[in-house]
Design a protein around this ligand. Structure first.
Ligand SMILES: Cc1cc2nc3c(=O)[nH]c(=O)nc-3n(C[C@H](O)[C@H](O)[C@H](O)COP(=O)(O)OP(=O)(O)OC[C@H]3O[C@@H](n4cnc5c(N)ncnc54)[C@H](O)[C@@H]3O)c2cc1C
Length: 429
C-alpha cells in the first residue's frame, strides 16, 4: 500500500524550527509483541499510549513520519475547552449526559496541565483564550457563554469584554466584544507532543518513527505491519486522523481532510505587543470558518485561518493569510513573515469525533473538526479506559451514527466544500 505521507520530516513551521529536541526514534524492524499497538503519534496516539503506559500496559507507538508531524505539531496551539458535537452526543444517548459532557470537555485541559507539570514539559503554556465577535449579532452568543458559566458556578476566571475593552486589550476595532476564559490558554503544540512522547518512552512505550503501517491482520491478536517489521498486540488503536488511510472499508469517507494555514511574523517589539495583546491571550473569532491568532513564546504573531478542501495547499500561504491578518491589524503591514505552513484538520460531517471499533480489538478515534488540542487528550483517556474494559464514555461517542459519503474521498471533499461555502457566505452576512 502506498501512503501519501510516507516518511517525511517536519513541515517548515515555526514550531519545527523551535523544538526543544529533535526526535529520532528507530524505524520498526523485526517482530515485537505488546498489549496495545497505537498507530499515529499525534496528540491522540501519544495521549493514548501515555495513559496506557501510566496504567501499566505495554505499548508500541508507530508513526509514519515524526512524532507530532501531523496536525498536532502544526496547529494554532489554542487550548480550548469542549469537544465538538457534544450536544449531538448527548441527544444520541437520550439527553441525560449534559453535565458529564461539560465536565469531559474540560478534562483534556486538566490532563495537559498535569502532564506539563509532572513531566516538566517546556511548551510555553499561557493561560487565556478569548473568543471575539466580528459582528454585533454574535455578541449575544458570548453572553450565553457567560450565563452558562454563571449557572454552573464555574470556578475559574472568565470575563466579558465590551467593545471598548476588547479594542483596548487587543489593539483593534475589528471586534464588537469578547469572552475571555483563563482556564483555557495556548502553548507550543509540537513541544507538548514531543514532551509527552518522551514521557511515554520513559515509561517503556516503544516508539517507532518513519514506520508507516501498511496493513493489519485481524484476529484474536491482530498483527500490525510496516514494510520492515510487525507488532502483535491484544488491541490496536488507529489514530491517523486526517492523514489516516488504513481500514478503508470501515473508515474511508468518515473524516475529511481540510487544510488550515498559519503565518508567523518576525518577533515583535515590546511596544507592538503592549498594543495588540498585552495579556498574552489566544484569540479566535466565532465565525463558522474561523481566524485565530496568538503570540508565540518569542512574541511572534502566529495568525491562522482559512479552510480549504481542494486537497492542494495554496502555493503562497502568506499571500493567502496575510490580508486576513492586516484586516484585523492594519498596523502589521510592514511586518516580516518568517514562517508559513499548513496542516490537515479532520472534519466529520456531524462534527462528532468518529470513535468506534473496526472489530472487537481494533479501535479508532479521529475527527475533531478543528478543535483537538483538548479533545485529543480527553480521547486518549477514553481509549485507554475502553481498552481497560471501562466502556461507558467510549460508548457515548461510539453510539453516535455517522453518515459516510458514498464514492471517493475526492467526491466527499467536494460535497464538504460546498457545505463550507454555504457557511462562509453565512459568515459574511
Ligand atoms: C493548521 C491547524 C491549526 C489548528 N489549530 C488548532 C487549535 O488552535 N486548537 C485546537 O484545539 N485544534 C487545532 N487544530 C486541530 C488539532 O491540531 C487536531 O485536532 C489534533 O492535532 C489531531 O490530533 P491527532 O493526533 O488525532 O492527529 P494528527 O496530529 O494529524 O496525527 C496523526 C498522525 O498519524 C500518522 N499516521 C497516519 N497514518 C499512519 C500510518 N498508516 N502509519 C503510521 N502513522 C500514521 C500521521 O503521520 C500523523 O503524525 C488545528 C489543526 C490544524 C491543521
Amino acid at each position: 500500500m502506498k501512503l501519501e505521507n510516507q516518511q517525511q520530516e517536519h513541515t517548515g513551521s515555526y514550531y519545527a524550527a523551535s523544538v526543544n529536541e529533535h526526535t529520532s526514534y528507530p524505524q520498526l524492524s523485526d517482530s515485537h509483541e505488546v498489549d496495545v499497538c497505537v498507530v499515529g503519534a499525534g496528540f491522540t496516539g501519544v495521549a493514548t499510549a501515555l495513559t496506557l503506559a501510566e496504567r501499566g500496559f505495554s505499548v508500541a507507538l508507530l508513526e509514519a513520519n515524526r512524532v507530532g508531524w501531523g496536525a498536532s505539531g502544526r496547529n494554532g496551539g489554542q487550548l480550548i475547552n469542549g469537544i465538538s458535537g457534544s450536544a449531538k452526543v448527548n441527544k444520541a444517548n437520550g439527553g441525560n449526559y449534559d453535565d458529564l459532557l461539560w465536565d469531559l470537555g474540560w478534562r483534556g485541559n486538566t490532563i495537559i496541565r498535569e502532564r506539563i507539570e509532572k513531566y516538566g514539559i517546556q511548551c510555553d503554556f499561557k493561560e487565556g483564550f478569548v473568543e471575539v465577535a466580528v459582528k454585533p449579532k454574535q455578541v449575544p452568543w458570548l453572553e450565553e457563554y457567560a450565563e452558562e458559566r454563571e449557572a454552573r458556578n464555574f470556578p475559574h476566571r472568565w470575563e466579558i469584554w465590551s467593545r471598548e475593552e476588547t479594542q483596548d486589550k487587543l489593539g483593534t476595532d475589528a471586534y464588537h466584544g469578547a469572552f475571555a476564559c483563563f482556564r483555557d490558554g495556548h502553548l507550543h503544540p509540537l513541544n507538548l507532543c514531543i514532551g509527552e512522547a518522551k514521557a511515554a518512552a520513559g515509561l517503556g512505550v516503544k516508539i517507532f518513527e518513519q514506520s508507516p503501517v501498511t496493513h493489519i491482520d485481524h484476529g484474536d491478536h491482530p498483527v500490525v505491519h510496516t514494510a520492515k517489521g510487525q507488532i502483535k498486540a491484544s488491541a490496536v488503536v488507529l489514530a491517523g486522523n486526517a492523514y489516516g488511510q488504513l481500514e478503508p472499508k470501515h473508515l474511508s469517507n468518515l473524516v475529511f481532510p481540510a487544510g488550515s494555514y498559519i503565518i508567523a511574523t518576525e518577533p515583535l517589539s515590546d511596544d507592538v505587543v503592549a498594543e495588540i495583546n498585552r495579556e498574552d491571550v489566544a484569540v479566535c473569532d466565532v465565525n463558522n470558518v474561523v481566524d485565530y491568532y496568538r503570540l508565540s513564546g518569542d512574541r511572534r504573531l502566529l495568525y491562522g485561518g482559512a479552510c480549504n478542501y481542494s486537497g492542494r495547499d495554496p502555493s503562497d500561504i502568506e499571500a493567502y493569510i496575510r490580508p486576513r491578518m492586516e484586516r484585523v491589524y492594519p498596523q502589521m503591514k510592514d511586518v516580516r513573515i518568517e514562517y508559513q505552513w499548513g496542516g490537515k484538520i479532520g472534519i466529520v460531517l456531524n462534527r462528532v469525533p468518529a470513535v468506534g471499533r473496526v472489530n472487537g480489538n481494533v479501535y479508532y478515534c479521529q475527527g475533531y473538526s478543528g478543535h483537538g488540542v483538548n479533545a485529543t487528550h480527553v480521547m486518549g483517556e477514553v481509549m485507554a479506559d475502553a481498552i481497560g474494559g471501562t466502556l461507558e464514555t467510549f460508548d457515548l461517542f461510539a453510539n453516535v451514527g455517522h453518515f459516510r459519503i458514498p464514492g471517493t474521498r475526492w467526491l466527499g471533499n467536494q460535497i464538504i466544500a460546498l457545505g463550507m461555502l454555504y457557511y462562509k457566505m453565512k459568515d459574511k452576512i
